[in-house]
Design a protein around this ligand. Sequence first.
Ligand code: FMN
Length: 190
Amino acid sequence: MGIIKELKNRKSPLIFGASEIEKEKIGQLVEAARWAPSCFNNQPWNYVFVHKSHSTRENLESALSAGNGWAKRAPYLVAVGVDPDKDCKTNNLPYYAYDAGLSVMCLTVEAEHQGLRVHQMAGWKEEKVKEALDFPQEYRVIVVFALGYEGEATEIWDKLEERTKERLAEIRTRRPPSDNFLFGSFRPTD
Ligand SMILES: Cc1cc2nc3c(=O)[nH]c(=O)nc-3n(C[C@H](O)[C@H](O)[C@H](O)COP(=O)(O)O)c2cc1C
């Protein structure tokens, strides 16, 4: 018995197609993200969906690091921001970031279910993202992700950045389970 197909098939694509996302599907993604668990049900996240047609798009794109040029082809770039003071600080941990991540993962799995794909990014300048989208000063931007239908590399090969072409050949891998998953204690006792 395998894991659910949305988790098994999910991947972060480098190629997004030009197809628009149906409005109802955006609604489903919002629904999935909003039902995520959060510390004390604080739901601290704010998502800003930026379509290619939005006037803010150009400035948001300019906040991305050079290596994330592939993301500009996605119909939507989405920035997730949180006010750190609006979530738990139990154990002095940044639950605002943890909760935002849980919510984005819920959206990501639903996107996969809808035939869409998400590619999360840490490569952007926070101040530029905040300025481009008018986030309040006290907010932290947690992630920016590209959202859309995956496209065919062959159809746009000549337009691809060299780095993107190289990355397309990379094989997705994971560490063996024993590196990360321990039973009984951190160090084996028996
Ligand atoms: C928090 C976070 C930040 C990431 N930042 C970037 C990024 O800036 N650029 C990029 O191309 N991929 C980025 N990724 C994608 C990861 O490289 C990718 O998830 C990882 O290689 C595993 O591949 P997979 O998602 O296809 O399983 C990021 C992913 C996460 C969760």
